[in-house]
Ligand binder design. Structure first.
Ligand code: GDP
Ligand code: IMO
Ligand code: MG
Length: 447
């Protein structure tokens, strides 16, 4: 039997590109979804027949009962947030039994991670990142510092007790000294987390083994990224990034599947650009046009509700994402948000000190020197919402997509024309390569 097909879904910008929707469309035929990085800082929205689901830790395949879902070892798991999300899904009638697994090697977020993050975000002299305040950064710090707690340890009651006692003593001292924080109660924490561990236990597996066995049996896997390329700890706009490997390489280390098992990398980009939190954003709009994009695109964070910063599509940035991730297919989402425009500026190049360059600065301050070179494309000024074939798109919209293809060197395989699963254009060659049908419905029942 030949190995199952695989595809990585990666955010090509600064997150919130519409990864949740794309994963949902692919699970029409893919059998497993494996989330490889981040934590409940992510907010992935899926809309099915008008019904909206926001997923944070649980992979998008949960909305198809026949799909298996894995939270990989690269994820930082807040057990309380996980149980809350699972309870909310159950309330909505979603099946969460026997189809959702957590890696025994995933790292655990504990309350002192939030305490440390809160302190450092507000500390004088520290760079304020504008994080989601979920404890993500400090949890990854403990992982790399080899003092983290893994899910397997969470289930080991005696180890959990000792870990919490020691960690609380240390973190309380540091947080008091640096930020004058109130100390956390280790005993209370142990009680809460040992109770949570009992509920988490049935989900825990050696998921690297599970995934590799599934592949050998011919099962197909979508690797679900969180955040985006420019938020990657190594390749993003450091230090204004998250603390994990959001790029496609993270799919390998974050799940335990070898690089030789990755067939395709699919980059997701909005037809324009957004970012939440602080940090560089060369094509940002700070005027009424930016506000209009925010309003039309409903650009408010799915997790924190913060208004997202908005701007034009940035092709040098997408070329960079293409190189770092090995993107062969692009999915362009939210095309309908540009329907009102008669003219659309596209950032086609960067100039630094008057010289054209495609090199992404290694320092955040390097972005201050960037001057975007814009090309104005004619807008279509016509509704595209819900359009399902390329032919039905206005000519100017097709030309807009063609320019993105030409300038990034990636093929556009899918276009999203609205939040709903059905509001999707699938390009025949993309469908053929990924084994998708023309209809976005699955054989199975949806919630
Ligand atoms: P993710 O984090 O990459 O999964 O993206 P989010 O879910 O955070 O943000 C994308 C937002 O855009 C969600 O509210 C989606 O429902 C919405 N969305 C996705 N595709 C489209 C589209 O083609 N058009 C419109 N208008 N909204 C879309
Ligand atoms: P999805 O998966 C957009 C941003 C935060 C902040 C920075 C660091 O929905 O695309 P963190 O809490 O991770 O330490 O914050 O990263 N950020 C996101 N922005 N979408 C996300 O996830 C994000 N996850 C984190 O706003 O600027
Ligand atoms: Mg999001």
């Amino acid at each position: 039997m030949s190995r199952g097909r695989t595809a990585v879904i990666v955010g090509a910008q600064w997150g919130d590109e519409g990864k949740g929707k794309v994963v949902d469309v692919l699970t029409q035929t893919f059998q497993i979804v494996a989330r490889y990085a981040g934590g409940h800082n992510a907010g992935h929205t899926v809309v099915i027949n008008g019904k909206k689901f926001i997923l944070q830790l649980v992979p998008g395949g949960i909305l198809r009962p026949e799909c298996t879902n894995v939270i990989g070892n690269g994820v930082v798991l807040d057990p309380l947030a996980f149980l809350k999300e699972v309870a909310a899904l159950r309330d909505l009638g979603v099946k969460v039994e026997g189809n959702l697994f957590i890696s025994n090697r995933a790292q655990v977020i504990l309350p002192y991670h939030r305490m440390m993050e809160l302190g450092s975000e507000n500390a004088p002299g520290r760079v304020k990142i504008g994080t989601t305040s979920r404890g993500i950064g400090p949890a990854y710090e403990d992982k790399m510092g080899r003092r983290g707690l893994r899910v397997a340890d969470l289930l080991d009651t005696e180890l959990l007790r000792t870990h919490i006692e020691n960690a609380c003593r240390e973190k309380n001292m540091i947080a008091h000294a640096l930020f004058n924080s109130e100390p956390l109660d280790a005993d209370k924490m142990f009680k809460e987390y040992s109770a949570a561990a009992e509920q988490v236990a049935p989900f825990v597996r050696d998921t690297a083994l599970l995934l590799n066995r599934a592949l050998a049996e011919g099962k197909s896997i979508v690797f679900e990224g969180a955040q985006g390329t420019m938020l990657d700890i190594d390749h993003g706009t450091y230090p204004f990034v998250t603390s994990s490997s959001a790029t496609s390489g993270g799919a390998v280390t974050g799940t335990g599947v070898p690089p030789t098992s990755i067939d395709t990398v699919i980059g997701i980009s909005k037809a324009y650009c957004t970012r939440v939190g602080g940090g560089p954003f060369p094509s940002e709009l700070k005027d009424a046009q930016g506000e209009e994009l925010r309003k039309r695109g409903n650009e408010y964070g799915a997790v924190t509700g913060r208004p997202r910063r908005t701007g034009w599509i940035d092709l040098p940035q997408l070329r960079y994402a293409g190189i770092i991730n090995g993107i062969s297919w692009l999915v362009v989402t939210k095309l309908d948000v540009l329907d009102h425009l008669t003219e659309i500026p596209i950032c086609v190049g960067y100039k630094i000190n008057g010289k054209e360059t495609d090199e992404a600065p290694a320092q955040a301050c390097g972005y201050d020197k960037i001057e975007c070179v814009y090309r104005k494309m004619p807008g279509w000024a016509a509704p595209t919402q819900g359009i399902r074939t390329l032919e039905a798109l206005p000519k100017a919209a097709r030309e807009y997509l063609a320019l993105i293809e030409k300038e990034t060197g990636a093929r556009v395989g899918m276009i999203s024309t609205g939040p709903d699963r059905e509001q999707t254009i699938l390009v025949p060659e993309f469908m053929k390569q990924l084994g998708l049908n023309s209809t976005t419905e699955s054989h199975g029942e949806s919630p």
